[in-house]
Ligand binder design. Structure first.
Ligand SMILES: Cc1ncc(COP(=O)(O)O)c(C=O)c1O
Length: 316
């Protein structure tokens, strides 16, 4: 997690404790075998000094519960309990500015690889200011020689810690070769996603997204941005379909979308430029739409924003 030290209060297995005490035991299968799933949620300060509000908290926590089911945990945490832990950390920390919350559910104890419990829950939060340069200038990506994990090998559509070895290897290779990050193809050679974000392309004024069956994480930002695009005027159409590698060359724009990446233009892939090598108008329009939603200057659908200062009230 880039962007500042963790807040002083964390949560571990039912208790709010000093953040430095949020530690997982070395022998826990959650550590040794990566039997662990997580969520990353952002809270944004409202425009013009508005309240801090978590963006799409409920859906993130619902996805976490789905991840727990895929992990075959004996005890699946309730969304309500996860919500209370998340809000509790932020409220007790007195967070006021943009921040990032990490919620980790893991197999604790000291069991074997197939242990299904005990279930542990850990939450920490830290300030996370926006990276203006990335949003403004865009990133350069390398199409990785690593392939995106197949859903038949590791559960690609959920946020399992084990999946991130794949993204790490691709990211390391991209950086060693002088790029900012990677794009991974599926085993079948179609565009999947980046190590921590989904990919969207623009061709002939149409926004195209690899489908959720392309071994991607079922991303909430992808869902948000596609909804913005369907409502806005930046593109004539939004299509979810497989994307071939060479469409990355043919595209006028490419962007990465995710909680961490937000809406980040891709200006170069391998040694070629995307479009004219600068962020394009669709990326700019979707950035504007996205930030208007998360900062509360455009009307978000019911329940997408959960203000922190007013505790558990939502936009419902
Ligand atoms: C591998 C991967 N793909 C996509 C995303 C985007 O998902 P979301 O928009 O739900 O954050 C993430 C996380 O941000 C991710 O880790």
């Amino acid at each position: 997690m880039a962007g500042g030290a963790p807040y002083f209060v964390g949560y571990l297995d039912g208790a709010f404790i000093p953040v430095e005490d949020v530690r997982l035991p070395l022998l826990a299968p959650g550590v040794t075998y990566a039997a662990s799933v997580f969520e990353g949620i952002r809270a944004y300060r409202g425009a013009d000094g508005g309240d801090l509000a978590l963006f799409r908290m409920r859906e993130h926590l619902e996805r976490l519960v789905t991840s727990c089911k895929v992990l075959c945990l004996d005890e699946i945490p309730d969304v309500a309990d996860l919500e209370a832990a998340t809000l509790g950390v932020l409220e007790r920390s007195g967070a006021q500015e943009d921040c990032y919350i990490r919620i980790q559910v893991y197999v604790g104890g000291d069991g074997e690889m197939t242990a299904r419990g005990p279930t542990g829950v850990a939450v920490i939060a830290r300030p996370r200011p926006q990276l203006a340069a990335r949003l403004q200038d865009g990133l350069r990506c390398q199409v990785s020689s690593w392939r995106r994990i197949s859903d038949n090998a590791s559960p690609a559509r959920v946020k399992a810690a084990a999946n991130y070895l794949n993204g790490r290897l691709a990211g390391l290779q991209a950086k060693a070769d002088g790029y900012d990050t990677a794009l991974l193809l599926t085993e079948a050679g179609e565009v999947a996603e980046a190590p921590g974000a989904c990919v969207l392309i623009v061709r002939d004024g149409v926004l195209i997204a690899p489908p959720v069956t392309a071994d991607i994480l079922e991303s909430l930002t992808r869902d948000t941005v596609l909804a913005c695009a369907r409502q806005g005027r930046a593109v004539s159409e939004v299509i979810e379909r497989p994307v071939d590698r060479t469409e990355l060359h043919a595209a006028s724009e490419v962007m990465l979308v995710g909680t961490g990446m937000e809406v980040t233009p891709v200006v170069g892939i391998d040694r070629f430029e995307v479009g004219d090598g600068r962020p394009g108008p669709v990326s700019r329009a979707l950035q504007d739409d996205y930030f208007a939603l998360v900062r509360g200057t455009s009307a978000a659908p019911r329940g997408w924003l959960t203000p922190i200062a007013s505790q558990r009230e939502t936009t419902e």
